[in-house]
Design a binder for this molecule. Structure first.
Ligand code: PEP
Length: 249
């Protein structure tokens, strides 16, 4: 198991307006009086990063982006560079989320290039991997996930802070979760791969689980082997549910 602090990160996806910043202020208030043993992060849409990070500076909650381009600046209409996101208050960036891989056709090589950009800007990447339902049904979950890990994590990550998020595509937003044994099997395989790629420093990165984590199943998910936190989508939009998940770790 990793010795660094676990991370519970909320992925707001394309949800949230400025009025929703208040819900995060409520969440921060809940954790302000004690230094949590767990890191807590919110990855809002980029439009809210600056307002959230300014309003909640020093309140114990970290902020992250949901994607970035690899370049630092240039003629890429509509895109955001890692440097811009860091400037807006991000410390973390989610990369290779299955929705980016599906809707924007991002490959492992694209994700690895973006990781390089994130490191250049001082952002900590959360690199997502996960099999789809047909791959799981064909008994290929471990093979698919380890191949994504190898292809998406460049050697430049060695010794740097980063996380891997195991997010089975069929569990995202579906209300279905793998069994504890299935999560343990894949998380152990990811840890083995990290040790192979990065040597002893591969023991450090937390491996998050993501996919329909709710207050009701968080305790069970967190009991699986090598689970160093969670990436939470839908349930992170309600401060009460997200708080309960954080408390379950
Ligand atoms: C996600 O999209 O990263 C995710 C985990 O979503 P949900 O929790 O809604 O399944």
């Amino acid at each position: 198991m990793s010795h660094v602090r676990p991370l519970i990160a909320g992925n707001w996806k394309m949800n949230g307006l400025s009025a929703d910043v208040d819900s995060i202020a409520d969440l921060a208030a809940r954790f302000e009086e004690r230094v949590p043993a767990t890191r807590v992060a919110i990855c809002p849409p980029a439009t809210l990063l600056m307002e959230m990070s300014r309003r909640l500076a020093g309140r114990g909650v970290e902020f992250g982006a949901q994607d970035c381009r690899m370049e630092s600046a240039g003629a890429f209409t509509g895109d955001l560079s890692p440097e811009m996101l860091a400037d807006a208050g991000a410390h973390l960036v989610i990369l290779g989320h299955s929705e980016r891989r599906a809707y924007h056709r991002e490959t492992d090589a694209d994700v690895a290039a973006k990781v390089g950009g994130a490191l250049r800007a001082g952002l900590e990447p959360i690199v997502c991997v996960g099999e789809d339902e047909s791959q799981r049904d064909a008994g290929r979950a471990v093979e698919v996930v380890t191949s994504q890990v190898r292809g998406s994590l460049p050697s430049a990550l060695g010794g740097k802070p980063f996380c891997v998020a195991y997010e089975p595509v069929w569990a995202i937003g579906s209300g279905r979760t793998p069994t504890v044994d299935q999560i343990s099997e894949v998380h152990r395989a990811i840890r083995r791969e990290l040790l192979e790629l990065f040597g002893e420093s591969g023991r450090q990165p937390p491996i998050l689980y993501g996919g329909s984590v709710k207050p009701q199943n968080a305790g069970e998910v967190f009991s699986a082997a090598e689970v160093g936190g969670a990436l939470v989508g839908g349930a992170s939009l309600l401060a009460r549910d997200f708080g309960a998940i954080i408390e379950a770790f």
